[in-house]
Write a protein that binds this ligand. Structure first.
Ligand code: KG4
Ligand code: ZN
Length: 364
């Protein structure tokens, strides 16, 4: 007998308010609707995400997103089987907005409530988009997170390494601020780097001299600041070309670090799972074409399948939350009205916590 599950997902853990409907038919997922309302303009004057502004905007926009998603999917709320919501990790005010909205919907309709780990949402996206079988190696690389995970099941992840300070997306955002480029910094630095010479400025490749898969990106931003100030002191200002060369040099350093650490993570992963040579990437930084290209090359060289979701599913969205909720629900898990919003929520509960807490929420 065919088993169909229609899940409404909500996402509000950072600066995107999102709702989506995902239908899973006999294990085969389909995105019926995915609505994302970004908050870029709201935070632009402040040069970064302001948690209170984000939380208030989520509270205002969540029900609008839900209505739009239901309308686009042509699904009535009564036809939804369960309500999934990001319950952490993230900026706590935003996470609370989402959890309260989901609880209200669950209470008024009597539908099951499923709390989803935002990182699991990203980490399971390759299953939503490409039906990748467990296990696979996952590089989660975004504005608040950077870690290598072995995905073994919907709620079973082993972390091989991660950033000990800033996430790469955060480094891109800070670099954009230092160079006077618009936020979010990732896409604008990537565009600017296209016109630059990546070899003119040589930035450090942090932690490559140490074994293992841990990474560090905060020193890179300091090096960029120092180099920028040096150029300004020598020439009295930055030309467009100087700026593009700085962008390109910075991006090349991030690429090199991610590529080399990925190569090492693959060695560790393949030693444990030789029969499943797959690397998946997700998170906003996975939208970067240069980084994707560098990772693809590492995979090709090592005979590993590379998979990356379409750009709209790399950045924050609710389709990944609905799908992760469906996986949890199908595995027999659901929550109730005691579900709490969590600022920190590591995917791998056995590994020691990584250091640092980024502007986009705690690293886990
Ligand atoms: O996954 P995401 O939407 O939000 C979380 O951090 O969870 O990722 C957003 C981050 C931002 O820091 C943004 O600058 C970065 O991803 N990003 C990029 C690119 N597009 C977005 N970084 C580098 N290159 C890009 N093309
Ligand atoms: Zn995210």
């Amino acid at each position: 007998m065919t088993r169909t599950l229609t899940i409404l997902g909500l996402e509000s853990s950072c600066d995107d308010t999102a709702a989506a409907l995902v239908r899973v038919t006999d294990g085969m997922p389909e995105i019926l609707a995915s609505v994302v309302h970004g908050q870029t303009e709201l935070h632009a004057p402040f040069g970064g995400v302001v948690p209170e502004i984000a939380a208030r905007a989520h509270a205002e926009k969540l029900d609008i997103c839900v209505t739009q998603a239901l309308t686009q999917a042509d699904v009535a709320l009564s036809q939804v089987d369960a309500i999934a919501v990001t319950a952490g990790p993230g900026l706590i005010g935003g996470v609370i907005s989402g959890v309260m909205c989901a609880k209200g919907l669950a209470a008024s309709t009597g539908k099951p409530l499923i709390g989803v780990n935002h990182l699991a949402g990203h980490a399971l996206t390759p299953r939503l988009t490409d039906q990748i079988a467990f296990p696979y190696l996952m590089l989660l690389v975004s504005g608040g997170h950077c870690q290598f995970l072995i995905a073994k099941g919907p709620e079973e992840f082993t972390r091989l390494g991660g950033t000990i300070d800033d996430a790469p997306g955060e480094a891109f955002d800070k670099t954009a601020r230092l160079l006077g480029l618009p936020q979010p910094g990732g896409p604008s630095v990537e565009q600017d780097a296209l016109k630059g010479d990546p070899k003119r400025f040589r930035f450090p490749r942090p932690l490559l001299d140490r074994p293992g898969c841990d990474m560090s990106f905060s020193g890179l931003k300091t090096a960029l600041l120092r180099t920028r100030d040096q150029v300004v002191a020598e020439k009295g200002g930055l030309t467009r070309q100087d700026r593009s060369d700085l962008s390109a040099g910075f991006q090349a350093a991030v690429c090199d670090v991610l590529a080399e650490k990925t190569r090492r993570a693959l060695v560790d992963y393949l030693a444990l799972n030789p029969a499943q040579p797959t690397l998946a990437v997700a998170g906003g930084v996975a939208a970067n074409q240069a980084i994707r290209g560098a990772l693809e090359t590492v995979c090709e060289t090592n005979g590993v399948r590379f998979t990356a979701p379409p750009l709209a599913l790399c950045t924050d969205n609710a389709a990944m939350v609905a799908y992760a909720g469906a996986e949890r629900f199908l595995a027999g898990h659901a929550d109730d009205m005691t579900l709490v919003a969590r600022p920190r929520w590591p995917l791998d509960r056995k590994s020691p916590a990584l250091l640092g807490g980024g502007k986009k929420g705690a690293k886990a």
